[in-house]
Design a protein around this ligand. Structure first.
Ligand code: THG
Length: 369
């Protein structure tokens, strides 16, 4: 595969950490919420093994915040998500599918409840702010909606706990998964959550004070030496093995949350009001017509730059591969695919053409590990 340069511009926003990661050897970028998102620091496999064993610091400033505050903020946030937030607590994060009136996914953010009337919607790659503003205007809600200058640093990997404890003290290791609290560093308070887009454990630091945040960035690398800290980024192998879904890749506005296996975050039997509720009930009653599943392919390499059809023995399309990568753990290609009914059953076999060669594959459950 030939590679191309990304032409930087103001529209394709840099982050406060860009100059640092470029000095540290970033080798590829993706674009996320109109911002540079590092995609590689050398070998994907080396980074994968390192992430599972040590600790990494990630520039994930592209995970932008949509701040929603004001008298009607809770109403608006609830209107946008099919997850019941009526019992949500200040100081907690919630993974919430955002859907439209047709139950199509708009985004799958982490929502932080900062106060009863102040929320951060930590978005995946789509313009949630425009959707939120449209809903607020249409409903004459009393809310303020804007993108605050928050730039997340993720600290991920099994040694992240020891590293963060040295800098922030014992309190940080006592924090529960998806909880957040405020921690002081170099004259500023930082919101830190026990979360992150890997299953290797760790934290996300929502940096608002950039000067203090940059000092913290450097401190993480200084203190992290004894833990073999490295710069990193969301890792394609690790995130597919762990089945962390990627909006725009694994699912988009043409898919509903039940097709995507997000049932855990769909509450149709409570009183709360959200967009697409009736439509989703219809989908549930009728049953889904396709489902996001894992697949294992008898191949050693793949590069998924667009959907790739999956076919059966009769050459009939039964689904499409949406993400895929070679997994050193399985020693095969693994991926995330949308399978049509009735083919979304475990052990269903299929064929897939990769660069002109045809390979056998099998459907399996998510997550892989
Ligand atoms: N952190 C923050 N913002 C984000 C992401 C993040 N915004 C964009 C993107 N990632 C949103 N997507 C996800 C997908 C999965 C998870 C978080 C964000 C996640 N899921 C866990 C799981 O699937 O096991 C836990 C979910 C739960 O049980 O509540 O962590 O990474 N700030």
């Amino acid at each position: 595969m030939k590679n191309y340069f990304v032409a930087k511009s103001r529209r394709l926003r840099s982050t406060p950490y860009t100059s640092r990661i470029e000095n540290q050897g970033v080798t590829a970028y993706s674009v996320y919420n109109h911002m540079l998102l590092p995609a590689a620091f050398g070998s994907l496999e080396d980074s994968y093994h390192h992430l599972k064993k040590h600790v990494q610091v990630w520039d994930v400033a592209g995970e932008r915040q949509v701040e929603i505050s004001g008298k009607d903020s809770a109403k608006l946030v609830q209107l946008m998500t099919c997850r019941d937030l009526s019992k949500s607590k200040v100081g907690r994060c919630y993974y919430c599918p955002i859907i439209d009136d047709r139950a199509g996914l708009i985004n799958d953010p982490v929502i932080l409840k900062l106060r009863e009337d102040r929320w951060w919607v930590s978005i995946a790659d789509s313009d949630v702010i425009l959707f939120a503003k449209g809903l607020a205007i249409g409903n004459s809600f009393d809310v303020k909606i804007f993108e605050p200058n928050v730039n997340i640093l993720a600290v991920q990997g099994p040694k992240s706990f020891k590293l963060m404890e040295i800098i922030f003290g014992k309190k940080i290791v006592e924090m529960k998964f998806f909880g957040f609290d405020y921690f002081e560093f170099a004259g500023a308070k930082h919101l830190i959550a026990r979360s992150g887009w890997s299953k290797q454990g760790g934290y996300e630091i929502y940096v608002e004070n950039i000067e203090s945040g940059l000092a913290l960035y450097d401190k993480l690398f200084e203190v992290g030496k004894e833990f073999n800290v490295k710069p990193g980024c969301p890792n394609l192998i690790e995130r597919i093995e762990s089945a962390l879904l990627s909006y725009g890749n694994d699912m988009d506005n043409n898919d509903n949350p039940l097709e995507c296996g997000l049932d855990k975050y769909v509450n149709l039997d409570t009183e709360v009001n959200f967009l697409g509720k009736e439509k989703l009930k219809e989908v549930r009653n009728k049953g889904i017509a396709r489902k996001l599943m894992g697949v294992i392919i008898e191949s050693k390499e793949i590069n998924v730059a667009k959907s790739i059809n999956l076919t059966n023995d009769k050459n009939l399309k039964i689904g499409e591969l949406r993400s895929g990568v070679y997994s050193p753990h399985f020693k095969k290609v693994i991926g995330i695919a949308m399978l049509d009914k009735p083919y979304y059953e475990i052990s269903q076999t299929f064929k897939i053409s990769i660069n002109g060669d045809v390979f056998e594959g099998k459907v399996c459950d998510l997550p892989f590990i």
